[in-house]
Design a protein around this ligand. Structure first.
Ligand code: PMP
Ligand code: GLN
Length: 380
């Protein structure tokens, strides 16, 4: 059978490729981003409770009302922004679905979308499938900062959307108030919308503040803000996220969401709604992961890898240029197969496969896992 591919240049996502390679070779999997520690027992009990109580049928398309209300309260408390749970919040099957629905809702044939590279791998296929044209701007290496003049150059009358992601996967870079100022200035006289991927909103270090688009009314007005419970509650496999957007944008978003998945897992939505009252869980998450980052950095201090700055997310970029001149794809394979530590080669997040001789390591792991990985990395 001859099938004309709609995504001829797309292969299997690197997260699947590297996790499989890691499993095949019994390596320590620091590639795909997920914690190897347990979910809070109270959250597990709540899911169990709501399942046993019979909450096992379709949730409302927009999400369980109790959860949308809790999300609205949390966003108000964190960012001083009011979203109406009835018309401006949609619960989704993970941030991945929300990103796809958001892009599908706003992109028409020939619309340009500014993508900041390295970019999470689901953005561009969604743009292309909807007839959009990605216009690329690179984070400046090695600091991984955005030069907003580069974005200015990329803007055109056809720019429909700019996709932002802070804290940023894979670099760990975060937007400052200066970035926000520059962004506001650039967009002021345009109609461009913003898709803000904020799944790591609660994982930000060294006293920095998360610059959510929702904090700034003039940006929030034109933004679809996406988050994910998976990152905050160590539950990446439960695949629940949400989208915040002004009512007219949410209306278009929901037109897509209702036919992508209709609604998402009911008992888990109820469980999160209850569990969100334990504010300390998300308020203490940054400190928890900062400790993990610092543990990992201390453990690999004697290695030949050079560390890069990491201000948020649970990813640490390491420069291996003193160890090997191989491409990051080859080196990450070798590291997995011969040395037993799996990582992610960031060149796959660039349309031109920019290779800076760095690898991304996930430190959302038990200290014992980090210790074992560091022992291996220090021997190289
Ligand atoms: N965006 C970014 C930047 C991510 O790192 C992830 C992680 N998986 C996602 C979106 C997708 O989140 P989810 O697992 O909730 O679909
Ligand atoms: N966000 C995770 C990462 O960057 C994995 C996402 C996925 O597997 N789709 O590693």
């Amino acid at each position: 059978m001859k099938i004309e591919s709609k995504l001829p240049d797309v292969g299997t996502t690197i997260f699947t490729v590297m996790s499989s390679l890691s499993n095949d070779h019994n390596a320590l999997n620091l590639s795909q981003g997920f914690p190897d520690f347990d979910v809070h027992p109270d959250l597990l009990s709540l899911v169990n409770k709501y399942m046993l109580a019979g909450n096992n049928q379709y949730a409302p398309m927009q999400g369980v009302p109790a959860l949308r209300e809790k999300i609205a309260d949390k966003v108000f408390e964190q960012y001083n922004a009011r979203y109406d749970p009835a018309s401006e919040i949609t619960v989704t099957s993970g941030a991945t679905e929300a990103l796809f629905a958001a892009i599908s809702a706003v992109i028409q044939q020939g619309d340009e979308v500014i993508v900041l590279e390295p970019a999470f791998d689901s953005y561009v296929p969604a743009i292309v499938l909807n007839g959009g044209i990605p216009v690329y701007v690179q984070y400046r290496f090695p600091e991984y900062r955005i030069d907003w003049d580069d974005v200015k150059t990329a803007l055109s009358p056809k720019t429909k959307l700019i996709i932002l992601n802070s804290p940023h996967n894979p670099t760990g870079s975060v937007f400052s108030s200066e970035d926000i100022k520059a962004l506001k200035g650039l967009l002021e006289h345009t109609d461009a919308l913003i898709l803000s991927d904020e799944v790591y909103e609660h994982i930000i270090f060294d006293g920095l503040r998360h610059e959510s688009m929702s904090r700034y009314p003039e940006l929030a007005n034109r933004s679809l803000v996406i988050s994910s419970f998976g990152k905050t509650y160590h539950t990446t496999g439960w695949k629940i996220g949400y989208c915040l957007a002004p009512a007219p944008l949410s209306k278009e978003f929901q037109k897509i969401h209702q036919f992508l998945t209709f609604s998402t897992n009911t008992p888990i939505q109820y469980a999160y709604a209850d569990f969100m009252q334990h504010k300390d869980v998300y308020l203490k998450l940054s400190a928890f992961y900062q400790q993990k980052r610092d543990t990992f950095l201390a453990l690999i201090k004697q290695s030949r890898f050079k560390t890069m700055p990491c201000s948020g997310t649970y990813f640490q970029m390491l420069d291996y240029s003193e160890i090997s001149s191989q491409s990051d794809i080859k080196f990450s394979r070798q590291l997995t197969i011969e040395h037993g530590v799996a990582s992610i080669p960031p060149s796959v997040f660039y349309h031109r496969r920019d290779d800076h001789k760095v690898l991304r390591f996930c430190f959302a792991k038990k200290d014992e896992t980090l210790k074992k990985a560091a022992e291996k990395l220090c021997k190289i």
